[in-house]
Design a protein around this ligand. Structure first.
Ligand SMILES: [Zn+2]
Length: 445
């Protein structure tokens, strides 16, 4: 009798703890693999559509809510969403569910083995009208699927306890440092190997979701690959879902702008990097090193104008004669923009913050953000448990730090050609973004 009473009290205590700190959580996933053959994106040298599918691509949504607040995170096995796609989805979701922009975060894994998303990177390929129709049709189907997956996640919620922990993986290297060494110059090469992990467990102690992040370009496979797949991040998610069959795995890409997997070039290596990451995540999930997160949610979203360096129109007129077809296409795009009076001076840049309890904060930055932003934010906010995600909400171009901008090279300058951007950003970009990060952290407290 006594034992039964103790057992009852023990279970009742667990139940009270669970319900007090549990959030309502909903999870959904939807297959976004294009019908093969599809035009792939990420590498400028590809000259034909995809030739098959290695594994499926997914869009996944997780909704967290309590009595006061709601937050939705959407991950995609794609190179990056265009501004048009994420804003159209956000508008539709606001109309259907009353979700504000600040409550909805998108992140892309930046696989270079996925389909082209219209109109991003239009300088990489020139399409005839029939091909353009295929690309824009996929993009419209994607918008509808993203809306569907968010609605599905919101419709099936149950109480869950959320836990957080950190591990690491070591296959990311600073690719600028590697390139500099090859050219005989010795540059320091910052990296960030931290892997934040969130575990979502329901009242039956089933792990329903695992969310994890890493700062490394999703480019183990290169431009000679014509099979659709999610690269190392895709393999890692598949691996985690195999090892924890009750769970959906969500990958968030960090500040990977100047980080590459090493070694790279084969499916075997993409699989290996994926399982390295998955093993670290699964070991942590099954360990006692995770802390429960309090049932508090906060979010904030803003945009800031980032200025480009001024480029004289005459330079683009000269570029029209360039033997490089990409420089030519960018020049055509810029001259069209000048003629039509479009804004070529600034980019409206999105910055978002979310907080779960006091134990996990995520700053979500747009574009291909270099690792300096993650390292600096963590250093300047010790004890705030921050993960800085890049590739969030939209991927418009690279986002260099002041150091990278001064050093020049692909991430600072020449990549802007492929993104169809006017030119490099003006000096002072890092301070502007850091000021916005400070404000965001203040707003989410
Ligand atoms: Zn990239």
């Amino acid at each position: 009798m006594k034992i039964r009473l103790i057992l009852f009290l023990y279970l009742a205590t667990i139940g009270i703890c669970f319900s007090q700190s549990a959030m309502q959580v909903g999870i959904a996933k939807i297959n976004i693999t294009p019908k093969s053959p599809a035009f792939m994106t990420g590498y400028a040298n590809r000259d034909k559509p995809s030739e098959g599918v290695l594994h499926d691509l997914w869009a996944k949504a997780i909704v967290l809510s309590n009595k006061q607040e709601k937050m939705i995170i959407v991950t995609t096995d794609l190179l990056g969403l265009s501004h048009q796609v994420s804003e159209e989805v956000a508008e539709k979701i606001q109309g259907k569910l009353g979700i504000e922009r600040r409550q909805l975060m998108f992140n892309s894994s930046h696989t270079h083995s996925g389909p082209m998303i219209w109109p991003s990177l239009s300088v990489i390929s020139e399409y005839n009208p029939a091909d353009q129709k295929i690309v824009s049709e996929y993009t419209q189907v994607l918008v509808d699927k993203l809306v569907t997956v968010i609605v599905n996640a919101c419709e099936h919620q149950e109480p869950m306890q959320v836990f957080v922990g950190h591990t690491s993986a070591d296959f990311a290297i600073n690719r600028r440092a590697l390139a500099a060494q090859k050219n005989g110059i010795n540059l320091p090469g910052p990296i960030d190997h931290e892997v934040p992990v969130l575990k979502f467990m329901n009242a039956s102690e089933e792990i329903k979701a695992v969310l994890f992040g890493y700062a490394c370009h999703n480019t183990t496979l290169m431009g000679n690959n014509y099979l659709i797949n999610g690269d190392y991040a895709g393999f890692a998610q598949i691996d985690i879902e195999k090892k924890i069959p009750t769970a959906t795995a969500f990958f968030i890409l960090g500040c990977a702008g100047d980080q590459n997997p090493e070694p790279r070039g084969t499916v075997e290596l993409a699989t290996k990097h994926g399982s390295t990451l998955a093993d670290q995540v699964v070991n942590l999930v099954h360990s006692k090193d995770l802390k429960p997160i309090k049932n508090e949610l906060q979010s904030y979203f803003s945009t800031i104008p980032l200025k480009f360096k001024k480029v004289p129109v005459a330079d683009y007129q000269k570029d029209l004669q360039s033997p490089d077809k990409f420089i030519q296409r960018r020049a055509k795009l810029m001259l069209e923009a000048y003629n039509k009076g479009w804004n070529t001076e600034t980019y409206t840049y999105p910055i978002q913050g979310i907080r779960l309890g006091n134990e996990f904060r995520m700053i979500a930055l747009g574009g291909e953000v270099v690792v300096d932003y993650s390292l600096r934010t963590k250093k300047e906010f010790p004890g705030k448990n921050i993960f800085v995600a890049g590739y969030s909400n939209e991927v418009m171009c690279y986002i260099p730090s002041e150091r990278v901008l001064q050093e020049g090279g692909y991430e600072a300058d020449s990549s802007m050609i492929y993104y169809g951007m006017p030119g490099p950003f003006e000096n002072g970009i890092e301070e502007k973004i850091m000021a916005a990060i400070y404000l965001t952290i203040k707003k989410i407290k």
